[in-house]
Design a protein around this ligand. Structure first.
Ligand SMILES: *Cc1c(COP(=O)(O)O)cnc(C)c1O
Length: 397
């Protein structure tokens, strides 16, 4: 009886709901009080942005960092700095953060949509050839939901054809891809300090690059007498202590993911996104799953709503870029069958619970197992999606 799903009148597994984010970090509290005392919360310029840039250069082992107002803005600055503009084409996974598609439009270029890999629903490097034309000037490669893109192969492929690579590591600061920090393989890389991200300042982002010319052009675009999309001193002050804890927290999340996936092993229709062995160590902003409604026996939206009612922050993934859009706004580079499947079947678990205890991993698994057990009873019921909590996915964040 206690195992009845909450949407059918049972007790939710987590009546308190998902864990809060951002964390109540004592170091962030210290940074905030220090910023109040010394007045740096209200100044244009100060040492905090410079200190964060240095800390990011050290952490990522990269020569240049440009802080800015969001990850989305960093992608646009990156494209401009790579001289991608009107008439150019940019290769992009058809399943990706929607802002990347729109950033390509923002610089006057055309997205060329490439299918995603069948096992991890991230950009499929072996499909790039089929989509490539001489008009292609750049590739955006995002590591999504615990999936990783094979950046070494992608970089080699791009170099041979003279394409620039923009690596979107907004979801995985601290991840390792083929021996290098995610975000540092490309001509430019991007991270985000958005309010739901692993490093949070409410808003914010950064462009990373080894190339002085790319950094210089990005800076020129960002500087119009004043900075057009700055990160503030206050934001920099709160990110710095989180960066110092990132490696330890990423390890904690990864260990919990391993536990959770063991507990969920064998649930029909629920497959974790799977990277090729040896590709690297993901970082988990979202833990992504391939959900097969027919195999599980419940429509995706009903499954998500029922699990959310248990107090678990599960959500649908991104919409695919080509679905519901005018075909004039992109070129279809390859068949998009896997992106279509991701559009219909991707499910993500939001990261805060992944810093929890073993008992909390049990809770997540128990909530999902409830739906497996009660799928027939859940069939016909109208499930309102009334779980509050951070707006982690609606805006694609
Ligand atoms: C969140 C996100 C961004 C953009 O970051 P914002 O700071 O929210 O603008 C870009 N790419 C991916 C993959 C993201 O998840």
């Amino acid at each position: 009886m206690s195992d009845l799903p909450a949407v059918l009148g049972g007790n939710p597994v987590r009546p308190q709901g998902p864990p809060a984010w951002p964390l109540a970090d004592p170091e962030v509290f210290d940074a905030l009080t220090r910023a109040f005392r010394d007045g740096s919360w209200g100044v244009y310029h100060g040492p905090d942005c410079a200190a964060l840039e240095q800390a990011l250069r050290d952490f990522f082992q990269v020569e240049h960092v440009l802080l800015c107002g969001s990850g989305t803005c960093a992608v646009e600055l990156g494209l401009r700095a790579l001289t991608v503009g009107a008439g150019a084409e940019v290769l992009l996974a058809a399943y990706d953060f929607p802002g990347n598609f729109l950033d390509i439009h923002a610089v006057g270029a055309l997205p060329v949509l490439v299918d995603v890999d069948a096992a991890n629903w991230n950009l499929a490097v072996d499909h790039l050839d089929a989509a490539h034309t001489p008009a292609c000037k750049a590739i955006i490669a995002s590591h999504l939901h615990g999936g990783l893109v094979a950046m070494e192969q992608l970089s080699n492929w791009a170099r041979e054809r003279g394409l620039a690579v923009l690596e979107d590591a907004a979801q995985c600061p601290g991840a390792l891809v083929q021996g290098r920090p995610a975000g540092t393989w490309g001509d430019a890389g991007v991270i985000s300090f958005g309010g739901s991200k692993l490093l949070s300042a409410g808003r914010g982002g950064a462009l990373l690059t080894h190339r002085a010319d790319v950094w210089q052009r990005a800076r020129t675009h960002a500087l119009r007498g004043n900075l057009v999309c700055p990160l503030s001193e206050l934001q920099a002050a709160v990110v710095a202590p989180q960066l110092r804890r990132l490696t330890e927290r990423n390890a904690r999340r990864a260990a919990n993911v391993a536990d959770l996936l063991r507990l969920l092993n064998g649930v029909p229709g629920l497959q974790p996104l799977a990277n090729p062995r040896g590709l690297g160590q993901p970082a988990y902003y979202k833990l992504g799953f391939q959900y097969d409604a027919a195999a599980f026996g419940l429509p995706r939206e009903a499954f998500i709503a029922a699990v959310r009612a248990e107090g678990i922050a599960l959500a649908a993934g991104f919409p695919a870029a080509h679905v519901g859009r005018s075909p004039r706004r992109f070129r279809q580079g390859t068949p998009l069958g896997e992106a279509e499947r991701a559009h219909r079947g991707c499910i993500v678990l939001h990261h805060p619970v992944l810093l929890g205890t073993t008992a909390e991993m049990d809770e997540v698994a128990r909530a999902i197992r409830k739906m497996e057990e009660y799928r027939d009873a859940l069939q016909g019921c109208q499930i309102p999606d009334k779980t509050g909590g951070p707006d982690d996915v609606a805006a694609g964040e």
